[in-house]
Design a protein around this ligand. Structure first.
Ligand code: ZN
Length: 235
């Protein structure tokens, strides 16, 4: 099984690994810092270096952690050096943590549930559900989220056993059935503010997010609203 280096160190930009298997233009490694996609967070892109050659990693497969290569392929058993497209990944990390802040504020202060989200580089789509959710409420949620960011709370990840996890229903923001196949569940916590089951990469303190800006508000009916937000660096 591949060792997922980003789980313990989301700031890892490069790493060394050994090629375990090759299928056409897909290589499998013993360890990787490339995020394979999931939970609304897109897969990483980047490149690998080996034997004086550099090839692009254009996709990472979520189901089997295969790295899809564009360019020359390394040989089986060869050592490679992997490089994450860090600028893109860091923007995604800031956005991911920003969505957790929004989710925490919406849930704790307004009783609004987030029903889905998709992260992009510095941008996110967030679906919210609540009776008679107005644009004013959404603007309030974003304003309160920025206040939380300014508290610069630390963000940490830890594991709970399935038994411990099942006793804390507030950690399950999506379908509880999704967690049944795991023995231990990773929790991402914005200290003392919001905790939820999560396998993605996050910044280590809230101020790294910058500022959340509401870009677009769409009503999808009385209960369901879709918003687009972006994160901006504070001047
Ligand atoms: Zn998340």
């Amino acid at each position: 099984m591949v060792m997922l280096l980003y789980l313990d160190n989301p700031y890892l930009k490069d790493f060394t690994a050994t090629v375990q298997k090759i299928e056409e233009n897909v290589i499998f490694l013993d360890r990787t810092a490339f995020y394979p996609g999931g939970g609304g967070q897109p897969y990483d892109t980047g490149r690998i270096e080996f034997n004086g050659t550099s090839s692009s990693v254009i996709k990472v497969n979520r189901d089997d952690f295969g790295h899809v290569i564009d360019g020359e392929l390394p040989s089986l058993g060869e050592k490679i050096k992997g490089f994450i497209n860090w600028e893109r990944r860091y923007a995604i990390m800031r956005t991911h943590t920003a969505v957790h802040v929004i989710s925490g504020v919406a849930y704790n202060q307004f009783g609004v549930t987030i029903t889905g989200n998709q992260l992009y580089e510095g941008r996110a789509r967030v679906d919210l559900s609540f009776e008679n959710l107005t644009r004013d409420t959404v603007e309030n949620i974003i304003e309160e989220s920025n206040k939380v960011i300014n508290k610069n709370l630390p963000v940490k990840a830890y594991y709970l056993s399935k038994e411990e996890f099942m006793q804390r229903p507030e950690l399950m923001r999506v379908n509880p059935k999704l967690y049944e196949k795991y023995d231990k569940i990773r929790v991402v916590e914005i200290e003392g503010f919001d905790a939820q089951a999560d396998g993605g990469t996050h910044v280590k303190s809230l101020r790294e997010i910058g500022k959340i800006v509401l870009e677009k508000y769409e009503s999808k009916g009385r209960k369901n609203k879709r918003i687009y937000v972006r994160v901006e660096n504070e001047p």
